[in-house]
Design a protein around this ligand. Structure first.
Ligand code: ATR
Length: 280
């Protein structure tokens, strides 16, 4: 129940009306005994600084940041953790007595979802489709987990740039780029990740892969998209015998990670999954 001790967690985005986060967080708080309320605020880019200062003044416990503010919020942070600095984007902010610390729970969320499904990518080949913000978080996570990464993208130059940037993270980081029309020439990856918005509602017929791409030797297909829950890509992968993982798990695990940062509390996957069960 909301009372005088209830702490505020906010979501800042533009737009935010379709976000599942308020529903998921408030359900988790109620079931985990956390006295907090999670509210979404539609904040236009020119109001971002005012919104951040307002949350600081109100002593909000923290906030999530989504499109289009994940990069532009960084200058308003007092410090940024290592993963967020490497990814170049913040999606979770903790307010420690007026000091704002920026985190990125997408990479950790992605890794924890792989662990949950017993998918070990160390020394295995992983093909990532996409070269935007989500692909970058996934590629950083995969690099930390010791995978051999290949990045492909509709606009090849962006794949090439991202691969170079991931390779330069550390001498152990193995990351190359391949054009979409040359994927057929490569060995099938162990894990194939769609980190583009291709296939997302309302363009649900779209697949991020070339039509003649053979999925039968791919072990696991992971789509970051969760609307629809089973994209055309995942349907094709399932028909070809792949294990499939949808984007809801990354959403769940990045929320669990944010709650650990804000409340030092470990929420069970099953509780978080229940919060979005009507959606899945
Ligand atoms: P996000 O933060 O979700 O990653 P983004 O940074 O805008 O969003 O990146 C979107 C990614 O999806 C890009 O890799 C984009 O490809 P381009 O670089 O060629 O634009 C990819 N993408 C979006 N719509 C797509 C489509 N219909 N088919 C293939 N790729 C698509």
């Amino acid at each position: 129940m909301i009372d005088a001790s209830t702490v505020l967690i906010a979501l800042l985005g533009h737009p935010v009306e379709h976000s599942l986060s308020p529903r998921m967080h408030n359900y988790i708080y109620a079931h985990a005994g956390i006295n907090s309320a999670y509210l979404a605020f539609d904040v236009s880019p020119e109001k971002l600084q005012d919104a951040v200062n307002g949350l600081r003044a109100l002593a909000a416990k923290g906030f999530n940041v989504t499109v289009p503010h994940k990069q532009s919020v960084i200058p308003y942070m007092d410090s940024v953790d290592n993963a967020a600095a490497i990814i170049g984007a913040v999606n979770t902010v903790a307010n420690n007595n007026g000091r704002l610390i920026g985190y990125n729970t997408d990479a950790t969320g992605f890794l924890r979802s792989l662990e949950y499904h017993n998918i070990d990518v160390k020394d295995k080949s992983v093909l990532v489709i996409g070269a935007g913000g989500a692909a970058r978080a996934v590629a950083v996570a995969l690099s930390m987990a010791g995978a051999r990464i290949i990045i492909t993208n509709r606009t090849f130059e962006k794949a090439d740039e991202l691969a170079n940037s991931i390779s330069s993270m550390s001498s152990n980081s193995l990351c190359t780029a391949a054009p979409l029309n040359e994927l057929k020439k490569l060995d099938s990856p162990y894990l194939l990740v769609n980190a583009t918005s291709a296939g997302m509602w309302p363009h649900i017929e779209t697949s991020p892969l070339p039509e003649d791409y053979d999925l039968s030797d791919v072990n696991v297909a992971y789509d970051l998209v969760y609307n629809p829950i089973k994209t055309t890509f995942l349907q094709e992968a399932e028909k070809s015998g792949c294990t499939v993982v949808n984007g809801l798990d990354m959403l769940i695990f990045q929320a669990i990670e944010a709650i650990r940062i804000w409340f030092n509390s470990d929420v069970l996957y099953d509780i978080a999954k229940n919060a979005v069960k009507d959606f899945a």
